[in-house]
Design a protein around this ligand. Structure first.
Ligand code: C2O
Ligand code: CU
Length: 465
């Protein structure tokens, strides 16, 4: 029996409040709309350089196949939340309202914006229930990002609070026949329909909460996401929003190459069979439909095989496109001139990640010997470039995420600018970070259960005079 449900789910439609524009001084929040699928946020500002949107977090009832009465947390009644689509350099104004019944924030994962707009509860007072907050920032970098809360995120993200952020750069972006946002997730629902299942077991504290339902754009399996034509070339923006599961993905039925990562387009695209996508990271891939038929995004998952009494890695088709025959050959996309920085540093700092059990038997995940250290683990000067040796002293892996800055990984197989890096169990990974964004920045494990259990710290960057 496979733990993953891969049948098509019936789409649940919620009634739209009528789609009228907001009155000039009256905040506009859409009524609950539709669970499942990725739709864009509507821009209510006529100025081409300003994107002004309304986001409401609330509880929304829904179902996954036979599981009725699940209480999702949703942005604008949708799961995933609607996509924020902007151009590099745009000013973004987000009118946010919290109707969750508990405090929350929105963190703009990967965007190098001022720290008071970053949704960090270390900087911003969390937004109370029934209260409002206006996020207002200029988007500095093109690429694929995402947004999610930073309060009780192991529950709030699990229950559905996340959405994609797509930042175009019209001067540089190659033109494609189509772009798709593909958000990979899994959720854990126990036999009694608890969503999420209570976070209690030792295994979950050790490895984070891997779900028993794989979701793509909020759905169990999206095997006919519209059509495409043979000869077309598309850009797929893939985000892993799971609490804990590192995804291992590939594409069947078309050729593809990797063109971008956390911090935007690569200077040199590359081909590969399989991509490892830890939680928090993004990959942009260019997909060329060189033949007709079903093209699938495949996710390799460890499943227990009773016949051999062990786990085996099996591919699940989590997304599909029907490609219609035309006899056309895909065009070759001319790669734009992109120069990525080559950061060097003579300063090396050390970050150790480990685990202890407390006297009461609780698990504490630690960064540099402390769980949830209050004081910054480092203070740097604006503009400083620092090399880190990150040592994972325990067995479980940690996707380490730094807010507000990019870094590069010492690994030719993981090129480009990153904000999240996987540190496998018992190993050291080297990165070089460029601290060009002053402020108080969270540095933490993106396995949300690990962050909740202490693997959460701060790095402070002094503003240059
Ligand atoms: Cu995706 Cu601290 O965030
Ligand atoms: Cu971790």
């Amino acid at each position: 029996m496979s733990p993953f449900r891969l049948t098509l789910v019936s789409v649940l439609i919620f009634s739209w409040g009528c789609g009228a524009s907001p009155a000039a001084d009256e905040p506009y929040f859409p009524a609950d709309s539709q669970l499942f699928g990725v739709s864009p946020l509507q821009d209510f500002n006529d100025d081409p350089g300003i994107v002004e949107v309304y986001i409401k977090a609330s509880k929304t009832d829904g179902h996954l196949q036979e599981l009725e009465d699940l209480e999702f947390f949703s942005y604008n009644g949708m799961f995933p939340g609607p996509t924020l689509e902007v151009n590099k350099g745009d000013r973004v104004i987000v009118h946010f309202k919290n109707e969750l019944g508990e405090t929350t924030t929105i963190h703009w994962h990967g965007l190098r914006i001022p720290d008071e707009m970053d949704g960090s509860p270390r900087v911003q007072d969390p937004v109370a229930n029934d209260d409002y907050f206006t996020y207002d920032f200029v988007v500095p970098d093109a690429g694929t990002y995402w947004y999610h809360p930073h309060v009780r995120s192991h529950v709030q993200v699990e229950r559905g609070l996340y959405g994609a952020v797509v930042v175009h750069d019209t001067d540089v972006d190659p033109s494609y026949d189509n772009e798709r946002v593909i958000i990979l997730d899994d959720v854990l629902i126990d036999g009694s329909g608890n969503f999420p299942a209570p976070f209690s077991e030792h295994m979950e504290a050790m490895h984070g909460r891997s779900g028993n339902y794989l979701l793509t754009n909020g759905n169990w399996s999206l095997l006919s996401e519209g059509q495409a034509e043979q000869g077309q070339v598309e850009r797929w923006r893939i985000v892993n929003t799971a609490n804990a599961r590192t995804m291992s993905i590939g594409i069947s039925g078309a050729s593809f190459r990797v063109i971008g990562t956390d911090g935007g387009l690569l200077d040199q695209p590359y081909t590969t069979q399989r991509l490892q996508l830890p939680v928090g990271q993004r990959y942009d891939v260019e997909v060329s439909y060189d033949q007709a038929g079903l093209v699938t995004l495949d996710s390799w998952i460890l499943v227990y095989d009773e016949s051999i009494g062990n786990y085996v890695s099996e591919p699940f088709q989590v997304y599909g496109v029907d490609v219609v025959a035309t006899g056309q050959t895909p065009r070759v996309i001319e790669w734009p001139e992109i120069t990525l920085p080559q950061w060097e540093s003579s300063r090396t700092e050390f970050i150790t990640l480990d685990v202890v059990s407390t006297a009461t038997g609780a698990i504490n995940w630690r960064i540099n010997g402390a769980a949830n250290p209050e004081a910054p683990i480092f203070t740097f000067e604006e503009g400083e470039t620092v090399r880190f040796a990150i040592d994972n002293l325990a067995g479980p892996e940690h996707p380490f995420h730094l807010h507000g800055q990019f870094f590069q990984i010492f690994d030719a197989e993981q090129p480009g600018l990153k904000d999240t890096v996987l540190i496998p169990g018992g190993s050291r990974v080297m990165i070089t970070a460029k601290f060009d964004n002053p402020g108080a920045w969270m540095a933490h494990c993106h396995i949300l259960e690990h962050a909740e259990l202490g693997m959460m710290s701060e790095i402070y960057v002094n503003e240059s005079p």
